[in-house]
Write a protein that binds this ligand. Structure first.
Ligand SMILES: *Cc1c(COP(=O)(O)O)cnc(C)c1O
Length: 219
């Protein structure tokens, strides 16, 4: 199975980059994958997973959580305000905080639930109109806004434009995080996780390289 290959590759890259073996987390992105493939990765001992839709995750993870101890779930797709409650009930981390209204809703719900997932701010490093995330120029201000709400902000996340060299985007994200005193860097996918790890990624989000091609690609 490809999971072992990716883990070995990660270990090699981290060592070459002079980073600690546990400096980065592998998030296995299981969106749209058949349950049998997800179960195989769970059976292999992996516990950190990512999903990009709350509703889809609600359909499969409660059962897996009942069967396997220690599952850690990351929401890596856009979050609508009306899905904040179920998202916070199911996920351990949310990578896509990108507007004040959403942050406020999360803060209110954290009061109500008495807990809050780890949060990442999504930055639209390529300033693509169709993509979620705050603009790089707004990042410092938005970090302040989220911190003022006393939320557990861990880092920044980006998805570089498909056609561009990802290293420029990863370096920009790393710079924005460093100057705001944030440790977490959610960046790197199947095609570019090596570059991301070399530039300091603490969370890589790898789907197809672990599970194989997605059976039904999402819109
Ligand atoms: C689907 C997805 C991934 C994983 O993509 P692969 O290319 O299959 O590794 C990573 N991040 C986000 C935000 C995604 O939606």
């Amino acid at each position: 199975m490809a999971l072992g290959d990716i883990q070995a590759d990660m270990a090699r890259i981290l060592a070459e980059a002079g980073r600690a073996p546990d400096a980065a987390n592998l998030i296995a992105v299981s969106k749209v994958q058949p349950n049998a493939r997800v179960k195989a990765v769970l059976d292999a001992g992996h516990r950190i997973f990512g999903e990009n839709r709350v509703q889809e995750a609600q359909g499969k993870w409660p059962d897996f959580k009942a069967q396997f101890e220690g599952i850690v779930l990351h929401l890596i797709g856009p979050l609508q305000s009306n899905k904040v409650r179920p998202a916070m009930e199911l996920f351990d981390a949310i990578h896509t905080v990108d507007r004040e209204k959403l942050a406020r809703r999360i803060a209110d719900m954290a009061q109500e639930l008495g807990r809050c997932p780890d949060l990442f701010i999504q930055v639209n490093t390529g300033a693509e109109p169709q993509k979620a995330g705050i603009l790089p120029s707004e990042a410092d201000e938005f970090v302040k806004t989220v911190r003022a709400m006393d939320l557990p902000l861990k880092g920044l996340m980006c998805i570089p434009p498909v056609e561009e060299e990802p290293s420029l985007h990863f370096a920009l994200l790393a710079k924005l995080a460093a100057r705001n005193g944030l440790q977490g860097l959610s960046m790197g996918m199947s095609a570019d996780y090596e570059t991301a790890l070399r530039l300091g990624a603490t969370h890589i989000r790898v789907g197809s390289a672990i599970f194989g091609e997605r059976v039904a690609p999402q819109a």
